[in-house]
Design a protein around this ligand. Sequence first.
Ligand code: B12
Ligand code: SF4
Ligand code: SF4
Length: 268
Amino acid sequence: MESSDITRKTIEDVVNHLYEATGAATFFEPPTVKFASADDRWFTEFKTIVGPEHWTPQEALNLLYPDATAKTVISFCCPNSQAAREGNRKETAKPCELWARIRSFGDLALQNMRNQLARWLQEHGVPSVAPFQQDDYKEATKNLRARWSERHVAFVTGMGTFGLSGGLITEHGVAHRLASVVTALELPADERPYGDDYTAWCIKCGACRRRCPAGSIGNTLAERDKTKCKEYQMKNIVPLRADTYGWMDLGLGCGLCQTAVPCEYKKP
Ligand code: B12
Ligand code: SF4
Ligand code: SF4
């Protein structure tokens, strides 16, 4: 296939193929794929909203291809499986086992999906990069600030808007994981049905705040205390990893704010 023959449909087919091939289908419901123009003004605004270190799509692509021009950002969203969501609804302090598996091993499948989509485009002669894979994850978690925020990127593609919990509320809810790829291939962008209203799909009901065992969620997005969420995970969940869940490393989080809430699996 020539790169000029690659359409949005082709990309969606590749993502759906990788969803099966990487084992992501064990953990997630089928992905939704959305597209943004690499020139969208939001990417420049994130230098102020997230921080000056946050990459534009152009900067991210230039990490691997110094002479290429970024044209499109592809974002995909994989909702957590119904069984994992149902299991987590009953929890009050820690993730159920299926949720924990998604955080630790589902995330590895998602990393493979990103990488393989970028590799597929590269093999078809199109400079492409999965920016998350170029970031320093330890630094991002230490500073609570990534150089490529999957939620902010997905917001630009029209995938969804931020909730009080900080999660991105999509057509398929907030219980999901996100990934993205920047490419030099020009493809039509999706519209943002919510315009620039970055909290449009959150009904501000406070259910996530009441679910959070760490007191990390406030009455407004600005009141959110991310450090409390991280400390809760480090003190109360990570130490359970070997005995309760049965593996030695990889991240864990409770995600209680994403289950038993009106935005869990649909736009409320
Ligand atoms: C560091 C990190 C964490 C840290 C801190 C999270 C944080 N920053 O909020 C810790 C360890 C605590 C954590 C916890 C969790 N995480 Co985490 N984490 C990340 C990581 C690596 C980077 C996040 C980041 O730095 N973002 C940038 C900062 C600036 O974003 P932020 O603080 O959230 O931004 C807020 C403000 O900017 C605000 N805002 C304020 N003013 C304005 C104005 C405008 C115009 C806009 C647009 C926004 C805005 O909106 C944002 C949302 O709160 C990402 C992966 C990635 N690279 O994107 C995953 C990621 C965010 N985590 C994810 C998940 C699922 C979780 C957990 C549920 C754990 C789990 N799996 O069970 C919890 C949920 C916590 C929560 N309430 O959201 C998913 C989120 C998907 C989703 N459903 O939204 C991500 C995207 C991973 C992935 N690949 O899917 N995480
Ligand atoms: S539970 Fe309610 S307040 Fe929290 S993110 Fe969902 S809709 Fe918004
Ligand atoms: S992941 Fe857990 S601790 Fe963190 S904000 Fe959500 S409910 Fe609170």
